[in-house]
Design a protein around this ligand. Structure first.
Ligand SMILES: *Cc1c(COP(=O)(O)O)cnc(C)c1O
Length: 428
């Protein structure tokens, strides 16, 4: 069946034809893809094309698609029953691995999505501090819960009269407890704390931002956020749903030398399954039910199949860390893009952090915040995206996202991506 036929069928029974908005290609136009299978670095579409995949399920597939260690672990786990709603030993194994990976984590709770992890982190921060206000950065995405959709970057719009609301259906009352500051702007954070410091429960940040495109923190920013938050008795929440285990085996916060009070993890640690986690020092985590009064729960939380996948992935990442090689490959791709764009006179430049990168349709790098990122040319990016797609490479269907190099991308894949980018940019 063609994608148009599938899309038509989908639209009849699924709003917009998709189960998550960015999949609809609104930012780049054209008919969304339907994927029938994936293996390693490749995905196969319903109309029979094979593409090199740089979305990697938004970073979740760090070992590539259908890695044998994962599918075997999953099959074995599934044979023993897929959910009990009762504790299983595997959950302890996974929690022990996460705790061992960072001194910041003494205790973790497993949940089903990054959204849930952040909801729990925020409730925990409010419960521990007895305060309501959350400070977040423009363009950082923390899942689709009400308070955190305010200025949440890719895919989300602001609407409403007067008080900014996150999106239609999100109460103004909730949005009022979310203050927004520009990312990478410590002075703005200091001003927010000077004005509302005694009401702020936590400042939440994506340490390396990925949801306004790849925007790394400027020198001293994260340490500064930690300092101003703690000075006011507020907590620092690092949303490492993308970052954790993406750049090294462990947390980005440890690389940055910061000490967030609560950390959320997802994507990579889920091993391609609906699994995420929230973690902190024991003292904070003990505020969660059943130890404490902050309620949180989940029918499928710590699901044994998801846990088996997660453990399989973490084992590989620990035994054979692929990070340096992945970063070198990502660097080759961004260098090729930037050189070809410069030669072709196309105002498009890729910004990279380690293993992730974003081609912004502008030549005004670096990008440090959402306002700067939004100066790039959406129409030009759409043409670049479709040029890459026509040449067999699937980049993110929006420039306000990051592309991922996985451990499954081979040298030949990298060559093919570079060649496709060069051809595409010459044609623009
Ligand atoms: C993807 C993402 C989330 C939400 O995770 P879901 O599993 O999609 O709910 C939260 N925070 C960040 C930083 C993310 O990138």
């Amino acid at each position: 069946m063609t994608h148009s036929e599938l899309f038509q069928r989908a639209c009849a029974v699924i709003p917009g034809g998709v189960n998550s908005p960015v999949r609809a290609f609104n930012a780049v136009g054209g008919t969304p893809l339907f994927i029938t299978s994936g293996k390693g670095s490749r995905i196969t579409t319903a109309d029979g094309r094979t593409l090199i995949d740089c979305c990697c399920s938004w970073g979740a597939m760090i070992l590539g698609h259908a890695a044998e260690v994962v599918t075997e672990a999953v099959a074995k786990a599934a044979e023993k029953g897929t959910t009990f709603g009762i504790a299983t030993p595997g959950e302890i194994d996974l929690a022990e691995r996460l705790v061992a990976a960072s001194p910041l984590l003494e205790s973790v709770r497993l949940v089903n999505s990054g959204t849930e992890a952040v909801m729990t982190a925020v409730r925990l921060a409010r419960g521990v501090t007895g305060r309501d206000v959350i400070l977040k950065c423009e363009g950082c995405y923390h899942g689709h819960s009400d308070g955190l959709l305010v200025s949440a970057g890719s895919g989300v719009r602001t609407a409403g009269d007067g008080a900014e609301v996150a999106c239609a259906g999100s109460p103004r009352q909730v949005a009022k407890d979310t203050l927004v500051i520009p990312y990478n702007d410590l002075a703005a954070a200091e001003r927010a704390f000077a004005a509302y410091g005694d009401q702020i429960a936590a400042v939440i940040v994506e340490p390396v931002a990925g949801n306004m495109g790849c925007v790394p923190p400027v020198e001293g920013y994260l340490k500064g956020l930690e300092r101003v938050a703690h000075r006011s008795g507020a907590l620092l929440i690092c949303d490492e749903v993308i970052n954790a285990f993406r750049f090294r085996y462990g947390l980005y916060s440890d690389t940055a030398g910061i000490a967030p009070d609560i950390i959320t993890m997802g994507k990579v640690i889920g091993g391609g399954f609906p699994l995420a986690a929230v973690g902190a020092k024991t003292e904070i985590m003990r505020a969660l039910a059943p130890c404490g009064k902050v309620y949180q729960a989940g029918t499928l939380s710590g699901n044994p199949v998801a846990v088996a996948a997660a453990i399989a992935v973490l084992n590989v990442l620990k035994a054979n860390p692929p990070y340096a090689e992945m970063a070198a490959k990502a660097a080759r791709v961004t260098t090729a893009i930037n050189e070809a764009a410069a030669r072709a006179g196309v105002p498009l430049r890729a910004q990279r952090y380690e293993t992730v990168f974003t081609p912004f349709a502008t030549d005004a790098l670096p990008m440090r915040n959402l306002t700067e990122a939004q100066r790039s040319d959406a129409a030009l990016y759409a043409r670049f995206f479709h040029g890459m797609l026509a040449r067999g490479v699937y980049f993110e269907p929006s420039q306000f996202e990051v592309n991922f190099i996985s451990a499954a991308h081979t040298d030949a894949d990298v060559e093919a991506i570079c060649a496709a980018a060069t051809e595409t940019l010459m044609a623009l």
